[in-house]
Design a protein around this ligand. Structure first.
Ligand SMILES: Nc1ncnc2c1ncn2[C@@H]1O[C@H](COP(=O)(O)OP(=O)(O)OP(=O)(O)O)[C@@H](O)[C@H]1O
Ligand SMILES: CC(=O)N[C@H]1[C@@H]2OC[C@@H](O2)[C@@H](O)[C@@H]1O[C@H](C)C(=O)O
Length: 383
């Protein structure tokens, strides 16, 4: 029997650490998807500093062991996400009682994927999900990546099943050509989903914007290269680019996933701010192009979500390397909210007992369920 369509909220705070995206969708967790509304809430400088501190302190802990920076940040994150939910519901004129579930991704502070024939890996998304359930009065599903990793998967990427549902809709409506389609996300990290009918192959491709953001922050004091303006004034240093591309990780077949800080901008040392931004934007594009070697058939279309689609230096270099690429907005999808929508979709799947990951998405041995439920009724505030 088909699952009933329900209203669900998805909350995503990604590796760029820029804020929270909140999306309300109607979905059955299978093929029915109807985006209803969405908002973004930027972190204040203090919130961003708290997240950055938790990311740094997580590097000094060998596992998901609680520590002061993470605990402080987890409380703050629940409060901010509750504010995002309130703003979203108010903007959409929907009462909380109409929402079946919230999918709460949480803030990734460390991602250590399993090593072949070695360590089983760990991943940590923080945020006090019980507090969020109490503050919103809505059931919350969180900790989406844990079960996949416990079953041998990479724990990421998880958005691919949502990409597949969207591509099926787009192809049925004639907005996308039939044949293999690539949905690319250029966030802090970049990841691609190759979809050919029901077949899926997904993996992280390399850096997205994180290296550019860190470089621009260090050299100019601004948070990101708005509209690629800095890169446009710079020149690509092909010697540095070649050295950075000379990394066996890119040839390693999927499954594979990354921590935000797995790549370093140290080869750029000595370059001007503009030349560094231009070189890094081309590096992101070229590493995405290298992902094609792992695809079973050449894609007939590339569509791009995430903040990197707004950086012409990345998009032009990508078009040069792989041919025509267009932002997902051309398909009437919201390129800023796709991941938030996906966690609403995954929350509904989790409630329905449907798998969140497949061998083709995370390398897990078999389709695997995931997510932990925090019931609003059991999460009353004690203060
Ligand atoms: N106008 C713009 N011009 C250039 N870059 C932009 C622009 N707007 C956003 N970005 C880039 O996009 C980033 C945010 O992207 P996004 O919100 O997709 O990442 P995320 O969801 O945090 O990351 P991930 O998908 O890895 O979890 C910013 O940090 C910035 O680098
Ligand atoms: C561990 C983690 O948070 N990974 C993120 C990150 O950001 C992009 C890429 O790396 C992707 O693998 C994943 O996010 C999206 C939402 C995903 O799971 O599909």
């Amino acid at each position: 029997m088909a699952n009933a369509a329900r209203l669900a909220i998805g909350l995503m705070s990604g590796t760029s650490m820029d804020g929270i995206d909140a999306a309300l969708i109607e979905t059955d967790g299978v093929d029915h998807v109807r985006p209803v509304h969405g908002i973004s809430l930027a972190y204040s400088a203090a919130d961003r500093a708290a997240v950055a501190a938790a990311v740094q302190s997580a590097k000094t802990h060998p596992t998901r062991r609680r520590h002061a920076e993470a605990d402080r940040c987890a409380t703050m994150l629940a409060e901010r996400h509750a504010e995002a939910v309130a703003a979203l519901l108010s903007a959409a004129s929907v009462p909380a009682a109409d929402v079946a579930t919230i999918g709460f991704h949480g803030q990734t502070i460390r991602h250590m994927p399993p090593v072949p024939e070695g360590d089983s890996g760990w991943t940590w998304q923080i945020g006090d999900a019980g507090l969020l359930a109490a503050l919103t009065g809505i059931d919350v599903i969180a900790d989406f990546r844990h079960a996949d990793m416990a079953a041998g998967g990479q724990g990421a990427p998880l958005v691919p099943l949502y990409h597949r549902a969207l591509v099926a809709q787009g192809q049925a409506a004639g907005r996308l050509p039939m044949g293999p389609v690539c949905v690319l996300n250029i966030g802090g990290v970049a990841n691609v989903t190759w979809i050919d009918g029901d077949a899926l192959l997904a993996f992280d491709t390399g850096p997205g914007n994180a290296l550019i953001d860190d470089w621009v922050q260090a050299t100019t004091g601004t948070r990101f290269d708005a509209d690629g303006a800095l890169a446009a004034r710079g020149a690509v240093h092909s010697d540095v680019l070649t050295a950075m591309l000379d990394n066996p990780w890119f040839d390693q077949p999927p499954p594979k996933s990354l921590d935000r800080d797995d790549f370093s901008a140290s080869p750029l040392r000595g370059l001007s701010a503009a030349d560094g931004a231009a070189t890094l934007a081309t590096f992101t594009a070229r590493t995405i192009a290298l992902s094609r070697q792992h695809m079973p058939r050449a894609p007939v279309a590339w569509v791009v979500a995430g903040g990197g689609r707004r950086n012409p230096a990345i998009m032009n270099a990508l078009a040069q390397a792989v041919g025509a690429v267009r932002p997902v907005d051309a398909l009437a999808w919201d390129g800023d909210l796709l991941e938030a929508q996906a966690f609403a979709y995954l929350a509904v799947r989790s409630s329905a007992g449907l798998p969140l990951s497949l061998p083709g998405t995370t390398g897990v041995a078999a389709p695997t369920r995931g997510g932990l439920l925090y019931r609003a009724a059991l999460s009353r505030l004690s203060r």
